[in-house]
Design a protein around this ligand. Sequence first.
Ligand code: MLT
Length: 406
Amino acid sequence: MITINEHYLKLQASYLFSNIAKRVNTFQEQNPDKEIIRLGIGDVTRALPAACTEAFHKAIDEMATDASFRGYGPEQGYDFLRNAIAENDFQSRGADISADEIFVSDGAKCDTGNIQELFTTDIKVAIPDPVYPVYLDTNVMAGRTGTYEDGRYRGVIYLDSTKENNYVPSLPKEVPDLIYLCFPNNPTGSTITKAELKTWVDYARENKALILFDAAYEAFIRDESLPKSIYEIEGAKEVAIEFRSFSKNAGFTGTRCAYTVVPKECAGFDSNGNKQLIHPLWNRRHCTKFNGVSYPVQRAAEAVYSEAGKNQTRALVAGYLKNADLIATEIKKLGFDFVGGDNSPYIWIQGNRDSWEFFDMLLNKAGVVCTPGAGFGKCGEGYIRLSAFNSYENVEKAMKRIKEAL
Ligand code: MLT
């Protein structure tokens, strides 16, 4: 008899964004003439930077002749990309990360989900609320939680991110072993200062804990005093793994390329309390279960770091931030409390009503898709998230329609 992993049965019926897509599709079927503007899922809408598509084309041409064709590449990523990442994303900001600490992959979603496979199921996990659902669901799948009761899984240490703490969680009462942090935050768009992040790094060091730091939205940071990487904080290399993506800065959501940084000194502990380095373990996992990102995609990602690529990605991000400014301005005029949008593509709005009800109202009356805050956790109830990933014209139109609907 084939028995199943019953932890899957604890999961909520469907993944948040699949649930929303289903509701939107049903609405569109019932209202075929209604033009829907999507400010829900954080999916980019603008074309890849020209530097990337040129590099992509060139690499595909290389694959077309035997002399330059490439088969399996290194699982961890080609040196040309790992070197460009280390130099541009870390060393240039004073973070001492080397190319061989970078593992290129096809997505930060997969990496944040897969990394927890390295740790035992009896560890205590601290997860922010509201949160990107992948961190929580993958721990449920692994059996690190109890059942779902009253909007929360038993056994998880929830890190409430609320208006009271400026959407930056405080240190928990119960000491966790694994801590998830994401800044600029998804879904709230809030940011963390260097001093606040240092508190978490020091705490992890004192408690032999590990931080999983999701920095997928770092490109949206305009305030230069804010940390773009956790490795800008002293001591972080011992206790933190960082996740990055080309999805949001360079429009790779459909192209797929990301990376994870596992510093050589980053360690966990075995059952005897002996230090075990994580780098060789993640390397072993990566080589066993992954065959690398395709060569043309890695060449396209490398082009993000060329002079033209840097200018073009900066312009892409600036365009989305202009949308975020517009959303924030209009939401303020409507009298709502909100956070985010200044160093983030997300605006987290206190709607003062049930968040799914707000979602349905905006869809039905304005034809605008948002993401209901409750889908990100109990603390998200009463909130909605608007994403700036769309054209300026559509954002303008959406905000006008929202104003009319309200
Ligand atoms: C979101 O809308 O939260 C993001 O698109 C999720 C993701 O990047 O997977």
